[in-house]
Write a protein that binds this ligand. Structure first.
Ligand code: SF4
Length: 393
C-alpha cells in the first residue's frame, strides 16, 4: 500500500467567478487566521474528533499516518492567505504525522502572487503550484468574472520560477463564454510556450450550482450566457488539446490531466487509485479505503465546531461492495493506465471478461493482458462505457 495523502481546504475567494459551483465564500481577511487556527486544531485532534463522529480509522490507514508523502492545499484561493498561515498549517501536519513529503501543492491564482509570498511558500516546503490560469484571453477571463488577466500570468510564472518552484501546473477551461476555436488555440499555444510541467484541462460545467449555469438553464443572457460554445465545439476543443499537448511532449495520464514525464500529480493519483487520504478544513473529504466522510461546508460553522472541541464531520458512509466496485470503474478508468481486471475479479467476485471482450471488439476499451483502459479517443464517452460495464455485473 502507498503512503497517505493529506488535503487541506481553504474555502475563500476574492470574488465569485460566474461559473463556480464550489462551496467557497468571499469573506473579510480577518476570518483567515481563525480558520487556519481551526484547521491546525483539527489536524492535532483528528483521532478524537473522528472517533466522536463515529469514524474509525482502520489500523492499516492509521499505520499510513506514519508516512504522509503528499499534501495539497486547495480551495477556493488558498494563495490569498498570508504565507505565515499556510506555514502554520503545514507545521501542524509535521507535528502530528510522520512526513516524508515528495509533493506539496498549493493552489494559487495569478493575481495573488508576488515575489515575497513565493519565497515564503518555498521556504515553508511547497514544491508544486497549481496555477489558476483558466485562459490567456482577457475577454474570456473578464466574462467569467476572474480577477486576473493574461499579463498577470506572464508576471507570475517567472516569480514562481525565481522562487525555486520546479513543478507548475496550469488549469485551462474549455467552454468559457466567448471562447472560440481561435481563442482556444491561442490559450493552448501560450500555455505550452510557458512550459509548465503539468496541464489540467477542465470542461465547462453547466449546472444550477453556479450563477452562469443558472442563467443558461433559465435561458437568460447575463454573464455572456448566450456566448458559451456548443457541446460539439467543446468536444473539438478537447480533441485539439489532446493533439497539441501530445505533440508538445505532454503525456495524458487522466481524462483531464497531462504531464511531462515524471510530473504526474502524485497526490491526485491517490484519488483515482482509491488510496487513503485525510482531508481537513470546511467541506474537506476523506477516504480510509472502506469509509468516506466529509466535513460541513460552511466555514463559520466549521470554525465554531472545531473551536468548541466538536467534530466538523457532517456525513460518513461505509462503502458497500457494489459501491466500491462502481468507484473502481469510475475512478480507475479515468486513468489512461486503466484498471487491473484480475484484481477486481478477485476482490469483488465478479466476472468481467465477456463484457470487456465485447467492448474491446467495438474499440471502446483496450485490453493488454489483465489491464483494461479506455483509449484516449474514447474518453469523451467514458461515462457511457462505464455504465455498460457496470450493467454486466
Ligand atoms: S477562484 Fe476558483 S473557487 Fe474561487 S470562485 Fe473562482 S472558480 Fe470558484
Amino acid at each position: 500500500m502507498s503512503n497517505l495523502g493529506v488535503y487541506i481546504q481553504v474555502p475563500f475567494c476574492q470574488t465569485k467567478c460566474t461559473y463556480c459551483n464550489f462551496h467557497t465564500g468571499v469573506v473579510s481577511a480577518g476570518r483567515f487566521a481563525p480558520y487556519a487556527d481551526a484547521v491546525c486544531r483539527e489536524i492535532a485532534n483528528h483521532r478524537q474528533l473522528l472517533a466522536s463522529a463515529g469514524v474509525t480509522i482502520a489500523p492499516s490507514v492509521e499505520s499510513l499516518a506514519q508516512s504522509v508523502d503528499t499534501v495539497y492545499i486547495g480551495g477556493g484561493t488558498p494563495s490569498l492567505l498570508e504565507p505565515v498561515l499556510l506555514t502554520t498549517m503545514l507545521q501542524a501536519l509535521y507535528a502530528n504525522f510522520q512526513c516524508a513529503l515528495t509533493e506539496v501543492t498549493l493552489e494559487a491564482d495569478p493575481e495573488t502572487i508576488d515575489a515575497e509570498k513565493a519565497a515564503q511558500w518555498t521556504a515553508a516546503g511547497f514544491n508544486r503550484i497549481s496555477f489558476g490560469t483558466q485562459s490567456f484571453v482577457d475577454e474570456e477571463l473578464k466574462a467569467a468574472g476572474r480577477m486576473h488577466r493574461r499579463e498577470d500570468i506572464y508576471r507570475a510564472v517567472p516569480i514562481l520560477r525565481a522562487a525555486g518552484i520546479r513543478n507548475i501546473s496550469f488549469d485551462l477551461i474549455a467552454g468559457l463564454p466567448k471562447q472560440t476555436h481561435a481563442s482556444w488555440q491561442q490559450s493552448l499555444r501560450e500555455a505550452i510556450a510557458l512550459s509548465p510541467e503539468h496541464i489540467s484541462i477542465y470542461m465547462m460545467e453547466i449546472d444550477e450550482g453556479s450563477r452562469l449555469g443558472l442563467e443558461v438553464l433559465q435561458s437568460g443572457s447575463r454573464y455572456s450566457a448566450r456566448e458559451i460554445p456548443s457541446e460539439e465545439a467543446m468536444a473539438e476543443f478537447y480533441e485539439l488539446a489532446q493533439a497539441k499537448l501530445k505533440s508538445a511532449g505532454y503525456g495524458q495520464y487522466e481524462i483531464s490531466n497531462w504531464a511531462k514525464p515524471g510530473f504526474e500529480s502524485r497526490h491526485n493519483l491517490k484519488y483515482w487509485q482509491r488510496e487513503p487520504y485525510l482531508g481537513f478544513g470546511a467541506g474537506a473529504h476523506s477516504f480510509s479505503g472502506t469509509q468516506r466522510w466529509a466535513n460541513r461546508h460552511d466555514a463559520a460553522a466549521y470554525v465554531a465546531a472545531i473551536s468548541e472541541g466538536k467534530s466538523a464531520v457532517e456525513s460518513a458512509d461505509t462503502l458497500t461492495q457494489s459501491l466500491a466496485l462502481e468507484e473502481e470503474f469510475f475512478l480507475g478508468l479515468r486513468k489512461l493506465s486503466g484498471i487491473d481486471l484480475s484484481r477486481l475479479e478477485r476482490e469483488y467476485g465478479v466476472n468481467l471478461r465477456e463484457k470487456v471482450g465485447e467492448l474491446a471488439s467495438r474499440g471502446m476499451v483496450q485490453k493488454q493482458g489483465d489491464i483494461v483502459c479506455i483509449p484516449a479517443g474514447k474518453l469523451s464517452v467514458s461515462s457511457e462505457i462505464i455504465v455498460e460495464l457496470l450493467r454486466s455485473v
